[in-house]
Design a protein around this ligand. Structure first.
Ligand code: XMP
Length: 530
């Protein structure tokens, strides 16, 4: 969760679409399991991710047209390694096993899986053995693919055909087209397998007979109907943070029910430059949405005065945020529903062994407690972040809003480190941050970075400006690339961009005499400084 109004943990199962075509991806704990579901959706087919040991009845209830078994970290022979339940191959629908999923399938139908000499990791050349079969027919005889496995399939049982091999995998792909069972040792979902998407597409269209039905436009139509059915003529309230999730949820709900929606922007004074104004301009002036803009800066700063402990700062902001939101909500006495920008990645159940996904507690700061008197409306609950952006674009949100980098709920407060958060420091940080954003955008790098921002450590050092010595703050530039914020690498920003940003920050922002660059990756550092 990276937005001010974040979600309580899932209250209903992720499987909410009934009566539609869908693929279920069963997660054996692989690092790319979510990516498989995303790639299937990119083929225009709805996909959901469920743990590999989900009850068979739940699968039957969901009524999928195909199953995909993901990769996983275990060796099929390891004690306690997850097994493929044979019933899953008797559902009468096509099944595609990927990596571990392929090996688990092979074991359950009587093939031979063994330790491979040294395993295969990374880019590998794949060679088709015959015509490539249904799954790979017509693709180049030799192609590159991405491997990550220690065991390999050495022989297939009767009825199965080996389709391809690689140096470390005697059987790198197989199929039994009559039973509609398919397996690939490599990862079709990662970009390093150039024909991976074509193989998934073959499986979905030719084996499972699935049509394209999933798109941003179809999500909008479907959700509009669902929102109308849920809220009827009830009043609905939505907290806006300026982030893409709450913005998209609000725009979608507004399209469904118009003036029954009231949005609340709790402006804690810790937002970036012009951010609150942009939200007001977009929602009140642009979309004509009823919007209450609560200027609560003074309240927040008063409570933050004298506090320098990071955890205390977060707690103060979190509790004050809830108080302000509740006060505003109380004025809308008829509102019974609350919109939340919960995403699929927040509710997904993982096959990695931990059960339902939990949100790190510190990321819930700025969120709302789940004992509010509201029934939740969560129109983005089925969507991955990139799909939310597509929906946002389709709904007419500006490019700037659609592609906004994540921003923490407690805002700039967690970027003033080692001292009190006060107006003077916020002004400095906000100004420096705005310059960095401008320069990053001008260099065309904004979208490529997961986040780029400034940090203000509360220490002062000596500098020289004009004829005099200065004693002022440093600004630290933090820019990272990442896929999901779990790990991140420091971005190699061009020197000329760094030079421009540094010069401008020191010259234009009074109170700063030094600019430093954070070159730590996560782990061991984190993205934010606290
Ligand atoms: P870290 O610093 O743990 O951050 O590497 C991972 C991601 O989470 C964001 N973040 C927060 N988001 N409330 C939020 O809504 C918070 O308190 C919070 N703290 C960190 C951070 O910006 C990064 O994207």
């Amino acid at each position: 969760m990276t937005e001010a109004v974040s979600a309580p943990v899932a209250s209903e199962p992720a499987t909410t679409r009934v009566g539609h075509e869908r693929v279920l991806v069963l997660d054996f704990g692989g690092q790319y399991s979510q990516l498989i579901a995303r790639r299937v959706r990119e083929c225009g087919v709805y996909a959901e991710l469920l743990p590999h040991d989900v009850a068979i009845e739940r699968i039957e209830q969901a009524g999928p047209q195909a199953l995909i078994l993901s990769g996983g970290p275990a060796s099929v022979y390891q004690p306690g390694a997850p097994k493929l339940r044979p019933e899953l191959l008797r559902l009468g629908i096509p099944v595609l096993g990927i990596c571990y999923g392929m090996q688990a399938m092979m074991l359950s139908v009587g093939g031979r899986v063994d330790r491979a000499d040294g395993g295969e990791y990374g880019r590998t050349t794949l060679t088709l053995s015959g015509d490539g079969g249904r799954l790979m027919g017509g693709l180049p005889r030799e192609q590159s693919c991405w491997m990550s496995h220690g065991d390999a399939v050495f022989a297939v049982p009767d009825g199965f055909t080996a389709l391809a091999s690689s140096p470390g995998s005697p059987v790198a792909a197989f199929e039994n087209d009559r039973r509609r069972l398919y397996g690939i040792q490599f990862h079709p979902e990662v970009v390093h397998t150039p024909h991976g998407q074509a193989i998934l597409d073959r499986f979905l269209r030719e084996s499972a007979g699935l049509r394209e039905h999933w798109s941003a436009a179809s999500v909008i139509d479907e959700q509009i109907a669902k929102i109308r059915a849920q809220v009827g003529d009830g009043e609905v309230i939505c907290g806006l943070s300026g982030g893409v999730d709450s913005a998209t949820a609000a725009a979608l709900v507004h399209r469904a029910i118009g003036d029954q929606l009231t949005c609340v922007l709790v402006d804690h004074g810790l937002l970036r430059k012009d951010e609150a104004e942009q939200v007001v301009a977009t929602f009140r002036d642009g979309f004509g949405i009823k919007l209450i803009h609560v200027d609560a800066e003074a309240r927040f700063l008063q409570r933050l005065a004298g506090q320098d402990d990071p955890e205390t700062k977060r707690k103060i902001i979190g509790s004050e945020f809830i108080r302000v939101f509740e006060e505003e909500a109380a004025k809308l006495a008829d509102a019974r529903f609350l919109v939340q920008g919960t995403l699929y990645s927040d509710v997904i159940e993982s096959g990695g062994g931990t059960g339902a996904a939990t949100i790190k507690s510190h990321h819930n700061v700025g969120g709302l407690p789940d004992d509010l008197r509201f029934e939740l409306v969560e129109p983005l609950r089925m969507l991955f972040k990139d799909e939310v952006r597509q929906v946002a674009g389709e709904l007419g949100l500006s490019e700037r809003m659609v592609w906004r980098q994540p921003f923490p709920g407690p805002g700039l407060a967690i970027r003033i480190v080692g001292g009190e958060v006060n107006r003077e420091r916020l002004e400095i940080l906000r100004g420096a941050d705005a310059i960095l954003q401008e320069e990053v955008r001008a260099a065309g790098l904004y979208r490529e970075l997961w986040q780029s921002f400034c940090v203000l450590p509360v220490v002062r050092s000596v500098g020289v400006q004009g004829d005099g010595r200065t004693y002022a703050y440093p600004i630290v530039i933090r820019a990272v690339t990442s896929d999901d914020a779990m790990t991140a690498d420091w971005a190699r920003l061009p020197y000329d961009l760094l030079e421009r940003a540094s010069n401008r920050i020191i010259n234009e922002i009074a109170g700063v005499n030094r600019v430093a660059l954070d070159i730590s990756s996560k782990p061991p550092a984190t993205i934010e400084w606290e």
